[in-house]
Ligand binder design. Structure first.
Ligand code: ARG
Length: 461
C-alpha cells in the first residue's frame, strides 16, 4: 500500500509527472541509516515529553532497530512509490509496529529539520573519511621525499628554470597544501556540529521536545540556535563542497606535474605499470590516466560547488524545495574523491624519480644567476648593481652557448672587477642549496627539519 506523508487535504494523488520529478530516493537513500538514528533520538524526546508511554517507546525502538537491520542488510529498500527516504522509512516503520504506534513518531518533526540534520551527520562522517584518504596521499609524498632526501632538481617559476631546489622540498610543498585540506575538514566540522532537529518545519515545536537531547544523542555539540536558520541554511553543505573542490584542485596541481614530468622531454619520472594505461592503437604508449582523471575531476568538483552555490543564491527563508538539490553535488564530489584518493596515493607511492636527470638539469638554464648576485650583495655590492652584473654573466654565456660555471676567471673579471674567482664557490648546486638556509628554505638541513614537521602533522592528524 502506498504511504504518503501529506495526502489529507488532496482530492487525488500527484500526477505521474510530478511524482517522477519529486522522487529523490535514488540519491537520498544513502542517508537512511542516519534518518533511523534521528528517529531513535526523536522517539526518546517524545517519551520524555510524555507523548509515548514506556511500553510504546520500547516497542518503537525495537521496531526502529529491526528496520535498521533490514536497511543495513538490504532486506528493506525504497519502492518506486516512495517519494523520498523519509517516506520509505515511514512505510517500513508501519510494517514493523503498525499504523497506530508508527503514526506517532512524526509528531513535532518535519522532513525539513530531518533532512537538514541527516545531511550534516552524513557529511561529518565523510569529512573524517576523506581526511583519512587525503592523509594517505600525504604519506606517499612524504615517503618519496624521505627516499630522495638530498636530490636536487630545477626549481621553476613560470615553468622556467628559476633556482635549484631539493626534490624533497618540492614534494613536501604539496604535503603542506594537502595538510591544510585535512585541517579544513576538521575546522568545517566545528561549524557543522550543530543539530537542526527540533526546528520542525521552521518555527520549532509546541510539544515540549528537547532539541539539545536529540543533538547530544546524534553526536552534535548542541542544537541550532535558530529554527529558521536550522532548516533554511545550507552554507555548511556549500562549505563542505568548497573543501572537496579545493582538495581536488590541490590534487590536480600534483597531477599536472606528474603529466609533465612523465613526458619524454622532461623524463623526470616513470609511472609504475600498475598506475598507467596503454593505447589501443599505439603499442609503445604508457599514459598517465590517473593524473589526467585527477585533473579532469577537479573541473567536475568545481562544478559541483558552483552549481550548489547557484541553487542557494536568491532563496528566501525558510525551507524551499530547491534545497533538495543540495545533495547530489556533494554526493558526486564525495564518490569521486573516494575513487581518486587511493589512485593518487598509489601513483605517487610507486613513481620512479630519475634522480640523475633531475640533478643534471638543476644548474641549467642559468639557475645559479641569483647566487652570483647574492654573493656580490654579501660583499656589500648594492643589489641593483649585483643584479646587472649577474645578468651580464648570463648574457655572455648565452652568446657563447655555455653555462655560468664554464666562465673563466678572465671572463668574470671582464664583466666586473668585483667578480673575483671566489664567486665560483656559489656556482655549484650544492653550494646554492646549502646557502638557502632561511627558515622554510631549501637547504638540506632546513628540509630535514621541515620533513620532521610534516611527519608530526601526519601523526597529529
Ligand atoms: N526531500 C527533501 C529534501 O531533500 C526533504 C523533504 C522536504 N519536503 C517538503 N515538501 N517540505 O530537501
Amino acid at each position: 500500500e502506498r504511504v504518503s506523508l501529506w495526502g489529507g487535504r488532496f482530492a487525488g494523488g500527484p500526477a505521474d509527472a510530478l511524482a517522477a520529478l519529486s522522487l529523490s530516493t535514488h540519491f537520498d537513500w544513502r542517508l537512511a541509516r542516519y534518518d533511523l538514528a534521528g528517529s531513535r533520538a526523536h522517539a526518546r524526546v517524545l517519551h520524555g515529553a510524555g507523548l509515548l508511554t514506556d511500553a510504546e517507546l520500547t516497542e518503537m525502538l525495537a521496531g526502529l532497530a529491526a528496520l535498521d537491520a533490514d536497511v543495513a542488510s538490504g532486506q528493506f529498500g525504497p519502492d518506486p512509490a516512495d517519494e523520498d527516504v523519509h517516506t520509505a522509512l515511514e512505510r517500513g516503520l508501519l510494517l514493523q509496529v503498525g499504523a497506530e504506534l508508527g503514526g506517532r513518531l512524526r509528531a513535532g518533526r518535519s522532513r525539513n529539520d530531518q533532512i537538514a540534520t541527516l545531511i550534516r551527520m552524513y557529511l561529518r562522517d565523510e569529512a573524517r573519511s576523506l581526511a583519512a584518504g587525503t592523509l594517505t596521499v600525504i604519506a606517499a609524498l612524504a615517503e618519496q621525499a624521505r627516499r630522495h632526501h638530498g636530490v636536487a632538481m630545477p626549481g621553476r617559476t613560470h615553468l622556467q628554470h628559476a633556482q635549484p631546489v631539493l626534490l624533497s622540498h618540492h614534494l613536501l610543498a604539496h604535503c603542506w597544501a594537502l595538510l591544510r585540506d585535512v585541517d579544513r575538514f576538521r575546522d568545517w566540522d566545528g561549524r557543522a556540529a550543530r543539530s537542526p532537529y527540533g526546528a520542525g518545519a521552521l518555527a520549532g515545536s509546541s510539544l515540549g521536545l528537547d532539541p539539545q537531547a536529540v543533538a547530544a544523542e546524534l553526536g552534535f555539540d548542541g542544537a541550532c540556535e535558530n529554527s529558521i536558520d536550522a532548516t533554511a541554511s545550507r552554507d555548511v553543505v556549500a562549505e563542505f563542497a568548497f573543501v572537496t573542490a579545493m582538495l581536488a584542485v590541490d590534487l590536480s596541481r600534483i597531477a599536472e606535474e606528474v603529466i609533465l614530468w612523465s613526458t619524454k622531454e622532461f623524463s623526470f619520472v616513470s609511472l609504475d605499470d600498475a598506475y598507467s594505461t596503454g593505447s589501443s592503437i599505439m603499442p609503445q604508449k604508457k599514459n598517465p590516466d590517473v593524473a589526467e582523471l585527477a585533473r579532469g575531476k577537479a573541473g567536475r568538483l568545481i562544478g559541483d560547488l558552483a552549481g550548489l552555490l547557484a541553487t542557494l543564491k536568491g532563496l528566501p527563508l525558510a525551507y524551499n524545495r530547491d534545497l533538495q538539490e543540495d545533495k547530489e553535488p556533494v554526493f558526486d564530489a564525495i564518490d569521486n574523491l573516494h575513487l581518486l584518493l587511493p589512485a593518487m596515493a598509489g601513483m605517487m607511492r610507486t613513481l620512479t624519480f630519475h634522480t640523475e636527470r633531475l640533478e643534471q638539469l638543476a644548474p641549467q638554464g642559468f639557475s645559479l644567476a641569483t647566487d652570483i648576485a647574492e654573493w656580490l650583495v654579501r660583499r656589500r655590492v648594492p643589489f641593483r648593481i649585483a643584479h646587472e652584473v649577474a645578468g651580464e654573466c648570463v648574457r655572455v654565456c648565452e652568446d657563447r652557448g655555455i653555462e655560468l660555471d664554464q666562465l673563466g676567471d678572465a671572463d668574470f673579471a671582464a664583466i666586473s672587477p668585483r667578480l673575483t674567482p671566489g664567486v665560483r664557490a656559489v656556482l655549484t648546486v650544492g653550494g646554492s642549496l646549502a646557502s638557502r638556509s632561511s627558515y622554510g628554505g631549501t637547504a638540506p638541513d632546513r628540509v630535514a627539519e621541515q620533513a620532521g614537521l610534516v611527519h608530526e602533522a601526519i601523526e597529529r592528524a
